[in-house]
Design a protein around this ligand. Structure first.
Ligand code: ATP
Ligand code: MG
Length: 271
C-alpha cells in the first residue's frame, strides 16, 4: 500500500538548498529556576532537518526544562538557541509542541481543536481554504477522519493525543517538540502512537525532539539518542541508532543497545 501524501497546502517539499542543515542548535546553554543549583549547565546540541532525536534521562534531571528552553518557552541564563539559523527568543511558528496531556479545549470540537494552533498571533495568516485542507489532512493522517465534530469528552486518551498530534502537524512544523507525549497511554495504544509518530514525521518531513524516560520508546523512534544526567545536568552520552525500521524486526540489535543505554543510565544516576 502506498503511504498517503499530505493534501495541497501541507509541507511535503524538500527544504531550499541554501537552508541550514540544523533546524535547532543550542550552544552552551545554562538554566536555573533561581532556587538552589542550576538545572543544567553548558549543554550544546543540534537537531538536523528531519532527524528524530530523543532526550533520555532519569526523572528530575532537567529534560523538560531543557526542552522548554530549546522551544523558546523559557530564556536560557547562558548560551543561545538558534532555530533555522536565526536566534530564537520565543516559540517559532514552524515549531509545534505536544505534551503528556493532550490539553484539548473541551468547548471546541475535534476539528476546531486541531485548528487551534493556527490561530496563535505569531502564526502566519493563511487562507481559510488552506487552513481547512491542512486540518482535514492532519486529522485524516492520525486516523480521525469522520470524527471532526466529536467533542473532547467523547474521546479516549489515545484519540485525544491523536488530536494533539494533528494540531501540531497542521502547523506544518519543521520541528516537533514532544515531552513524554505517550506516557499516559496504555501499552498497546502507546506502541501504536510511537509508530504513527515516526510515520507521520517522515511523511511531513519534520524533525522531532522527543523527551522520554522510556529507553524502549527512544530506541523504537530515534535516529539519535542523547542521555541527560548529572547535577547540574548535561549531555552525558549519545548514540546514533542505525537499526533499520521497523525496529521490532531486529530484536537482538535492540536488546544490545538497550543494555548499553541502561548501563549508562545506571552510571548517570550514581553521579
Ligand atoms: N517551575 C519550577 N520551579 C522550580 N524548580 C523547578 C520547576 N520546574 C522544574 N523544577 C526543578 O528542575 C529540575 C528539573 O525538572 P524537569 O521537570 O526539567 O525534569 P525532567 O527530567 O523533565 O523530569 P521528569 O522525567 O520527571 O519529567 C527538578 O529538580 C525540578 O524540581
Ligand atoms: Mg519532564
Amino acid at each position: 500500500m502506498n503511504a498517503p501524501t499530505p493534501a495541497a497546502g501541507l509541507a511535503a517539499s524538500a527544504p531550499p538548498a541554501a537552508a541550514p542543515d540544523a533546524v535547532l542548535e543550542g550552544a552552551g546553554l545554562g538554566f536555573g529556576y533561581g532556587v538552589g543549583d542550576a538545572v543544567f549547565r553548558d549543554v550544546s546540541l543540534k537537531v538536523e532537518r528531519r532527524e528524530i532525536v530523543c532526550l533520555l534521562g532519569a526523572s528530575g534531571c532537567g529534560k523538560s526544562t531543557l526542552l522548554r528552553v530549546l522551544a523558546g518557552l523559557e530564556s536560557a541564563d547562558a548560551g543561545a538557541v538558534r532555530f533555522l539559523g536565526q536566534p530564537l527568543t520565543s516559540p517559532h511558528p514552524r515549531s509545534a509542541l505536544v505534551f503528556q496531556q493532550a490539553s484539548l479545549l473541551p468547548w471546541l470540537t475535534v476539528e476546531r481543536n486541531a485548528a487551534f494552533g493556527l490561530d496563535f498571533t505569531h502564526q502566519p495568516r493563511i487562507a481559510e481554504a488552506v487552513r481547512r485542507a491542512r486540518v482535514a489532512s492532519a486529522l485524516a493522517a492520525v486516523g480521525l477522519a469522520g470524527r471532526e465534530k466529536a467533542w473532547p469528552a467523547e474521546l479516549s486518551g489515545g484519540m485525544a493525543q491523536r488530536v494533539a498530534l494533528a494540531r501540531a502537524l497542521a502547523r506544518e512544523p519543521e520541528l516537533l517538540f514532544a515531552d513524554e507525549p505517550f506516557s499516559a497511554l496504555d501499552a498497546i495504544t502507546r506502541a501504536e502512537m510511537q509508530s504513527l509518530l515516526v510515520e507521520l514525521v517522515h511523511r511531513w518531513h519534520a524533525a522531532v525532539l522527543l523527551v522520554t524516560h522510556d529507553i524502549d520508546e527512544a530506541i523504537l523512534v530515534a535516529d539519535r539518542i542523547l542521555l541527560m544526567g548529572g547535577r547540574p545536568g548535561g549531555i552525558l552520552a549519545e548514540w546514533t541508532v542505525d537499526i533499520e525500521r521497523p525496529r521490532s524486526a531486529a530484536p537482538e540489535a535492540v536488546a544490545r543497545l538497550r543494555l548499553e543505554i541502561l548501563e549508562a543510565l545506571r552510571r548517570s544516576s550514581l553521579r
